[in-house]
Design a protein around this ligand. Sequence first.
Ligand SMILES: Nc1ncnc2c1ncn2[C@@H]1O[C@H](COP(=O)(O)OP(=O)(O)OP(=O)(O)O)[C@@H](O)[C@H]1O
Ligand SMILES: [Mg+2]
Length: 264
Amino acid sequence: MKQDLETARPTMILGDLSHRFASPDGRMMDVLTDVNLTIREKEFFTVVGPSGCGKSTLLNIVTGMIKPTAGEVRLLSGDRELDRLEVGYITQDSNLFPWFTVLENVMMPLEIRRVPKRERQERAREWIKIVGLDGFENHYPRQLSGGMQKRCSIARTMVYEPEVLLMDEPFGALDAITKTTMQKTVLDLWQRRQTSVVFITHDLTEAIALSDRVAVMTGRPGRIRRTVDIPLDRPRDVYNITDSTNFQELRRELWGLLENDLDS
Ligand SMILES: Nc1ncnc2c1ncn2[C@@H]1O[C@H](COP(=O)(O)OP(=O)(O)OP(=O)(O)O)[C@@H](O)[C@H]1O
Ligand SMILES: [Mg+2]
């Protein structure tokens, strides 16, 4: 696996990205500074960093929702540039359409991609089942718990099988059992579909359990402090990941890099 990754082609290149936002008082605030990252094809790449360091902003830049103050983003699939419609983005908020049911929400991206109605229904129902929402197809988002809304938004993105998947703390709001089950679902899917994933989390155990590499960001303005390889064998047992050889060592290393920032 590691060998494959070392020779894998890049799928996302972030070059010298910097971003400043205007604060409400009109002053400019540096949020990201000189972010350089290359994510490889089929890689599971995670970003951790203190709250407010610019992680969500980084993903918003990748999807084109925010134009960076400086630098560039390239998305590639082999030799071609990737279309934004091929990038899946599970945002930090669930962002479901409140006037659509669970089934309608999950079918929506397929409608945009002009998938025939029958296939839309089949694929949506399959994903609703995978995330454990069968029986709730006709519920509206307000009739779901927070964790169920999150699972619905995961199904809505997974259903169109994006080439690149961006996930912004997708499991943060879930209870421990659902969280671990969803981690396993995402890992199984990633293994089967071989998509590239950029994943954001505050949870170092989750970062180690899922990733090939973990980038640790500094506090705002966010820079990449270091990128750490996670050389654990695959497939991984997410339920017992803390028992893996090297787990504690990796956790200490990542925590040390984060703490470094808290001290400064
Ligand atoms: N649209 C905006 N206008 C002005 N400032 C913004 C905007 N969006 C984000 N910010 C600021 O940019 C900084 C980074 O925000 P961002 O949401 O990227 O952080 P984050 O690393 O994702 O934090 P968290 O871990 O809490 O989700 C924050 O200080 C925030 O106030
Ligand atoms: Mg965020």
